[in-house]
Design a protein around this ligand. Structure first.
Ligand code: SAH
Length: 396
């Protein structure tokens, strides 16, 4: 069989069951495997330790499917892995339920490159790697069998596919076309989701539990919701009894959907302001105008895509946190997030601390947040933990 052979001394992470094999750790590739083909993973002493998907275009030249070198990577393999992932989600996985959930979380569910989210009766799939692409039809067929959705829509229209030598792709994969907007229920709120054009697979499901946390702090508050997308945190805040929300985003279509979501939940138009613009500029303007808020949410996009961008990203996080902290009234609360996997919790906390110092605010962490429970992190794969959040209360 075709194989990648690991360099002597470079097998440590593999033996700890980390699923990524970098080009630098590979001594040789045997048998000319094609992109996405399953290969044996062999150590320098000739022992076989895993089976992996080969991806010649990527720095991550192979991703492990199974650490059982005797396990066939076949239809049965995908059936077993997908059904285990779906089972783990319990009631959230049921297509009869009006909610939404991540059913398959890639590496952390033992399926590198495979992301599947459920929105009501529809599934949205992302196939991000050469291996996932190779098994596309099998994965789609098994998802259909296991979850019985009305349809499966593919959103493999992401930049990371280029690193795997793959083109972007989106469109109907199985079953019926989804409606223009799919309505989902979350924590007593309702949201319209655009499966075709929305970010990621349509909605930031990873923030579900954090939206609930915002609701807990929102009673009577004037809320500043920055990077508001389709209004997730704003709707939750109003559901939690917020007096008013100001939602800032640079995307006009996202703000439009946010307005519709507020309306769908029965909140008066006058309770929500929608501001299109660069959050950095808008917050500076609010500072100059002397505006203030009781609760601020900062959920920016990934500022750091690579290690070289980390320093610049850190400045971005610091600036936006500094500005938001300045706008908080005494006793106010900041919900601040980073979804950059490269940003560690330690570094993020330090950046927020520096921001508070420069803003002249005395603040303390009252809660730490992470990604929702249907976005699990496999223990050997710490990269799976990308979302971190701090709830900080400013002194009176
Ligand atoms: N909090 C949202 C998700 C935010 S995603 C939720 O829970 O649903 C990040 C958002 O930031 C996107 O909607 C994107 O349009 C917006 N964005 C990106 N750069 C921005 C900028 N400089 N100023 C304002 N919004 C920005």
């Amino acid at each position: 069989m075709k194989a990648v052979v690991i360099k002597r001394g470079r097998e440590k992470s593999l033996l700890r069951r980390h699923p990524w094999i970098f080009t630098g750790a590979v001594a040789s590739v045997e048998g000319r495997p094609q992109s996405g083909e399953t290969v044996e993973v062999m150590l320098a002493d000739g022992s076989r330790v895993a089976r992996a998907a080969y991806s010649p275009a990527s720095q991550i030249v192979a991703r492990v499917w199974t650490f059982d070198p005797g396990e066939d990577v076949s239809l049965d393999f995908f059936r077993a892995r997908l059904s285990r992932a779906i089972e783990l989600r319990g009631a959230r996985a049921r297509t009869g339920d009006p909610g939404a959930a991540r059913l398959v979380n890639a590496e952390s569910d033992g399926l590198p490159g495979v992301v599947v989210d459920r929105y009501g009766r529809w599934l949205v799939a992302q196939l991000l790697t050469a291996g996932a692409e190779r098994w596309r039809e099998v994965i789609a067929g098994e998802l259909e069998r296991l979850a019985s959705p009305a349809g499966i829509y593919e959103r493999s229209d992401v930049d990371v596919r280029a690193k795997e030598g793959l083109d972007k792709r989106s469109g109907l994969l199985r079953g019926a076309e989804p409606p223009e907007l799919v309505e989902i229920a979350e924590g007593g709120c309702r949201f319209l989701v655009d499966l075709r054009r929305g970010h990621k697979t349509g909605f930031y499901l990873d923030q579900r539990e954090n939206r609930a946390a915002v609701a807990e702090y929102a009673r009577g508050a004037e809320v500043l919701n920055c990077f508001s997308y389709t209004g997730g945190f704003g709707v939750s805040a109003l559901a939690g009894g917020a007096a008013r929300t100001t939602n800032v985003d640079s995307s006009a279509p996202s703000l439009e959907l946010s307005r519709r979501n507020m309306e769908l939940n029965g909140f008066d138009e006058s309770a929500s302001e929608h501001v299109e613009g660069d959050a950095f500029a808008v917050l500076r303007r609010y500072r100059d105008e002397g505006r203030s808020f009781d609760l601020a949410v900062l959920d920016p996009p990934k500022f750091a895509e690579s290690r070289v961008q980390l320093a610049r990203a850190s400045r971005g996080y610091k600036d936006i946190n500094l500005l938001a902290l300045k706008l908080l009234r005494p006793g106010g609360v900041l919900f601040t997030f980073s979804c950059s996997g490269l940003m560690t919790s330690e570094l993020f906390q330090k950046i927020v601390a520096d921001a508070a110092l420069d803003a002249g605010r005395d603040a303390r962490i009252v809660r730490r947040l992470s990604q929702a429970e249907d976005h699990p992190v496999a223990l050997p794969f710490p990269e799976g933990a990308y979302l971190k959040g701090l709830v900080c209360r400013v002194a009176r």
